[in-house]
Ligand binder design. Sequence first.
Ligand SMILES: [Zn+2]
Length: 96
Amino acid sequence: MESETPCTSHVDNQASYDDIIENTEAPQEVVVKPPEVVNTKGSGSRILSRVEKALKLKNKPLRQCKKCQEWGHHDSRNCDKFKEKEKRRSRRNYEV
Ligand SMILES: [Zn+2]
């Protein structure tokens, strides 16, 4: 014959379970921090420094502008003198 009955063991288990619940302290304050913003899709457009811009211009071959006959980094299509003329023309057109 068994000395322990399943009924008593069940009661013991229940008691210990209640003890655990009573003794466990719920956290007083739950601090929720927002997740750090992480950019995983590339670094975006990098801004060139002055030195890098100057280096890029230096590496570019000089070309003679047909409008102002100057050796520089522009040609007849985007010559400063030519642009000024275009502006005047467009202004005249708008006035008429
Ligand atoms: Zn020019």
